[in-house]
Design a binder for this molecule. Structure first.
Ligand SMILES: Cc1cc2nc3c(=O)[nH]c(=O)nc-3n(C[C@H](O)[C@H](O)[C@H](O)COP(=O)(O)OP(=O)(O)OC[C@H]3O[C@@H](n4cnc5c(N)ncnc54)[C@H](O)[C@@H]3O)c2cc1C
Ligand code: SF4
Length: 585
């Protein structure tokens, strides 16, 4: 599928910036409506199957799957003792990667920290600059939000409500489920609505023990709700159904595309309509404005390889560069009419930045499983999800909002948490005996949206393309730390109640950014003074400008965001196409 040439003389109906979950969805919806769309993506189109190599055995890889010796990925301790821009102290490493870039299979997908610097407070910022963005390696947990999230202010008085309710987005969640495929099991929980699921994966013995024990406590563990097609998708020729090969454990990345990724799930089908022009290696540096109308007129972009600059015109600009990059782009787009950056009359662009706090977790031994023959437990796209239970019916005295746990159990390609000592034959026997008896989980909790947590542009530091870098002013607050203490206590309480033998409990809070769920930097709302976008992710200030990624979130909830990003985007792009046809943009 060759990429088409951009026609610089043409005015496209829409230009989409970014090709991840949000950009891909915008391309799908707008091209289906018959719009002539240009997609600009900063990164390359990688030969992704050759990168992911999901069927490669570790012993067939020169580095056993690790990064090549000339590269280094930042560890938790390094994030703690070093300050951004990360680079100093790692002079021996030719390439420096974020913590997620620690394997040979993702080394070309995640960015080089030196080429893409940022400054300010510590942040484990994971970026994937290539066609499909982070969806090439995402963890696939695909959850819905509910009115417990959209109307959270009504429940505890904190922050703002979203300008939409669950009933507004529910039909779009359904569309995303059916178009992309999702596995899971219905639980009928008001705070975690069910999807339209394909064939589910199975919980294994220890996970079932946990589920049954939790039922006595009024808590729920369910099969990992994975954005993976387990039955296949008749309408998509680029994706296969999952045949449970287990490479999911290797930081996502599925080379048969059973796991959703934006190129095979959305962009290639959009190209097949004949309405999409895709240009990779195109870093957008500014959204331009018509000084007479105040509307967006197109974008300036730099060829990421030749460094040549271009301008392209469009009737509508759709920003989908991911939460932090989209905020950066709006702030970069200053003009006489918009001296504080585009869509920023409220002063809220870059603010209300929120995400998920991670770290506290537990690993246990399941005594009954010791010595049992190995089973194919990692031959599935995920283990279990233990749903939120705090601040639902009762109010917790120490913190507001909630958290959930992601976990798994059983045999894996690399034995986990076997906790055995010694050497030689007896050591190997011990590992074999214990490797299937592992169960572990880690928490993801809501970080409150606060105006004081924000990003702006660094006045001095620039990236490889001469574009000002982002500067972080972002820290977890008291609510997050009190929640993290509770995560550790409840993890222990629940695993003890299930009869597991505790090996390790952690109360360590991971560096800000670790969850890779950045949200909220251009939030939606009804009031243009306190929000950037309306309920259709349309700028209050510039009506032909839409920001369709996680920037629009009003709060982070504790559920992973990607399915919601895509559902909101679908809703917004239906509205966009309709408004464009009516001549309202
Ligand atoms: C290891 C990992 C595990 C994850 N697990 C989960 C999970 O289990 N569940 C979940 O819901 N989410 C998960 N996520 C997060 C998920 O990947 C993101 O929510 C999702 O990809 C966001 O989509 P996006 O389109 O906003 O951003 P991205 O996917 O990052 O795409 C943005 C694209 O925009 C491009 N771009 C940026 N700036 C510019 C510019 N100036 N000009 C042109 N193009 C630009 C980038 O190159 C990129 O391709 C995970 C992420 C990672 C990395
Ligand atoms: S388990 Fe399924 S989704 Fe995961 S890598 Fe294998 S085929 Fe892909």
């Amino acid at each position: 599928m060759p990429d088409l040439e951009v026609n610089l003389a043409k005015t496209y109906d829409a230009v989409i910036i970014g090709s991840g979950a949000a950009g891909g969805m915008a391309a799908h919806v707008l091209t289906t409506h018959g719009l002539q769309v240009l997609m600009l993506e900063a990164g390359k189109k990688l030969p992704i199957e050759q990168e992911l190599r999901s069927m490669e055995w570790p012993y067939d890889n020169a580095n056993r799957g690790a990064l090549p010796p000339d590269s280094h990925s930042l560890s938790f301790n390094e994030y703690t003792i070093r300050k951004p821009p990360y680079g100093a102290g790692f002079e021996k490493a030719k390439h420096l990667k974020s913590y997620i870039g620690d394997s040979d299979y993702v080394k070309n997908i995640v960015v080089d920290e030196r080429e893409n610097p940022f400054t300010g407070t510590n942040y484990a910022w994971v970026r994937a600059r290539c066609l499909g963005g982070k969806t090439n390696i995402w963890g696939r947990l695909a959850l819905r939000l509910s009115d417990y999230d959209f109307k959270a202010k009504d429940r505890d008085g904190y922050g703002e409500n979203w300008p939409i309710s669950y009933s507004d987005i529910q039909p779009y969640y359904d569309k995303v489920d059916l178009y992309l495929g999702i596995t899971g099991v219905k639980e009928n929980l008001p705070y975690l609505p069910d999807s339209i699921f394909q064939r589910p994966t199975k919980l294994n013995c220890a996970e079932l023990t946990l589920k049954q024990s939790l039922q006595k406590m009024g808590r729920v563990a369910t099969q990992y709700r994975a954005g993976v097609t387990s039955d296949g998708l008749k309408h998509n020729k680029y994706r296969s159904r999952c045949y449970g090969r287990g490479a999911c454990e290797r930081k996502g990345g599925c080379d048969i595309h059973a796991a959703f990724d934006s190129p095979t799930g959305l962009i290639y089908p959009a190209q097949d309509t004949g309405n999409l022009t895709l240009r990779t290696n195109s870093t957008v540096r500014e959204i331009t404005v018509d000084p007479n109308t105040g509307k967006a007129s197109g974008v300036h972009f730099t060829d990421s390889q030749t460094m040549k600059d271009y301008h392209v015109k469009a009737k509508v600009v759709v920003v989908a560069a991911s939460t932090l990059e989209s905020a950066r782009l709006l702030l970069l787009s200053k003009s006489r009419l918009y001296p504080n950056g585009l869509a920023n009359s409220s002063g809220h662009v870059g603010h209300n930045f929120c995400e998920h706090v991670m770290g506290p977790g537990i690993a246990d031994k399941v005594k009954e499983m010791v010595g049992k023959p190995p089973t194919l437990d990692d031959g599935r796209p995920g283990g279990f999800y233990l749903t939120r239970f705090r601040n639902l019916a009762e109010k917790h005295p120490k913190f507001i909002r909630g958290y959930g746990f992601e976990g798994s159990s059983g045999s894996a390609m690399f034995p986990r948490g076997a906790d055995v000592h010694g050497f030689g034959v007896s050591f190997k026997e011990e590992v074999r005996k214990n490797q299937g008896a592992y169960i572990g989980m880690g928490a993801f909790g809501e970080v409150l949206s606060r105006y004081e947590n924000f990003v702006d542009l660094d006045p001095a530091v620039k990236d490889k393309w001469g574009i000002p870098a982002l500067r972080f002013h972002y820290k977890f607050g008291d609510n997050e730390h009190r929640m993290a203490e509770d995560m550790k206590e409840t993890a222990q309480e629940m695993f003890e109640a299930a009869g597991f033998e505790i090996m390790y409990v952690s109360d360590r809070v991971l560096t800000e950014g670790w969850s890779i769920h950045e949200l909220g930097t251009a939030r939606m709302g009804n009031d243009p003074k306190t929000s950037v976008l309306n309920q259709f992710e349309q700028s209050h200030d510039v009506k032909n400008l839409f920001v369709v990624d996680g920037s629009a979130f009003v709060n982070a909830s504790c559920q992973n965001p990607t399915w919601t990003i895509m559902s909101l985007c679908w809703r917004s792009c239906d509205y966009l196409a309709d408004e464009l046809k009516k001549g309202n943009l």
